[in-house]
Design a protein around this ligand. Structure first.
Ligand SMILES: *Cc1c(COP(=O)(O)O)cnc(C)c1O
Length: 353
């Protein structure tokens, strides 16, 4: 018994996990906030902690309402469902999460097809979107929705500035298209641009925000929009099986995360930059994508496959994710400490010497 406990503690305290910023565990302070959260049945709209989180999130982005959901996949999928009709087409970047990592939900849940655009570092432009809006012929699919992602997960955490989104907003208004923002890591983007949450809310019809990525909550995402949109979204949340009961314990973690963990995101970006610099100097690294926020994506030289690299790091208790045969992703987060950064760099430098 004692042995297994020691092993358990060892695993928790020495494993360096760079696979994703979803791997964080709630801090003591967050757990304390969760334990004292007032709760009720949220399907009856009676959970005070969820109502507080939704109100806080909506106000933060200058929108009328918000909806607490179990995951970012669900907030995105509900948004697509509300904004479209079966047989419609949405426009998104070829690297977008909604297309690549949501299990085909665009077609499965909404009967919608996606037209994939080749954005620059995952960012779409108004020109690109305009060229891909279908005309109103009987034989063409109706284009009804544009989805953008900020930051872009698969493009090294690149981000949009307001200046880049505003023309898209204007175009969507003009062409009567809805604009949804997958803002899973919107606070990482705002950390770099210095722009306000209110400015984001003004530019989009709906946005989804993950509380369980860099913000460190164990569970949950917020879908944010106007009253009419959220009323429909609540209905679909129930249909999708996401109506939870006394989930205020979890919402309290989300609220704690929004209030306490946004201001420290720059530390994750700094650490990612340091990793970028180290990787660039290593003999077995072919290239490193520019690092903009907390995501580091790099390619290995032929001699070092992703699988081999993953194994070597695992033998040093460092976990990373192979993103392709030669491509690796590392994501920094609030449980990745300075000491862990130093240890990681030391080990990276030791490999292949
Ligand atoms: C993580 C993520 C989501 C949501 O993922 P869940 O794991 O379902 O919470 C959505 N979009 C992007 C860009 C993401 O990185």
């Amino acid at each position: 018994m004692k042995d297994s406990l020691t092993k358990f503690e060892f695993t928790i305290f020495t494993m360096i996990d760079l696979r994703s910023d979803t791997v964080t565990k709630p801090s003591k302070a967050m757990l304390d906030a969760m334990m004292v959260a007032p709760v009720g049945d949220d399907v009856f709209h009676e959970d005070p902690s969820i109502i507080e989180l939704e109100t806080y999130g909506a106000q933060l982005f200058g929108k009328e309402a918000a909806l607490y959901c179990p995951s970012g996949t669900m907030t995105n999928q509900i948004a697509i469902k509300v904004h479209t009709q079966p047989g419609d087409e949405l426009l998104c970047d070829v690297n977008s999460h909604i297309y690549n990592y949501e299990g085909g939900g665009i077609s499965f849940n909404s009967g919608v097809q996606a037209k994939l655009l080749n954005g620059h570092e995952g960012r779409l432009s108004a020109e690109m979107i305009e060229q891909n809006i279908n005309a109103e012929f009987d034989w063409l699919t109706r284009t009804s929705l544009v989805c953008i992602e900020n930051t872009v997960n698969r493009a090294g955490g690149s981000y949009y500035t307001s200046q880049q989104i505003e023309p898209i907003t204007a175009l969507c208004k003009n062409k009567n298209l809805k604009l949804h923002l997958d803002g899973a890591r919107i606070f990482n983007a705002l950390t770099e641009t210095g722009e306000s949450t209110l400015s984001v809310g003004k530019m989009v019809d709906s946005l989804s925000v993950c509380l369980s990525k860099g913000l460190g909550a164990p569970v949950g995402s917020l879908l944010i929009g106007n009253n009419d949109f959220i009323k429909k979204a609540r209905k679909y949340r129930k249909v999708f099986g996401g109506g939870m009961r006394q989930a205020g314990f979890l919402a309290a973690a989300g609220l704690f995360a929004l209030k306490n963990n946004v201001k420290r995101l720059h530390e994750d970006h700094q650490k990612a930059k340091t990793l970028e610099l180290t990787l660039k100097s290593l003999p077995y690294v072919e290239s490193v994508l520019p690092v903009y926020t907390n995501i580091v994506i790099f390619n290995l030289k032929k001699e070092m496959t992703g699988e081999k690299f993953e194994k070597i790091l695992a033998s040093h208790d460092i976990r990373i994710s192979a993103f392709g045969k030669q491509t690796i992703r590392m994501v920094t987060h609030l449980d990745f400490t300075d000491a862990m950064l130093n240890q990681t760099i030391e080990i990276l430098k030791k490999i292949n010497q």
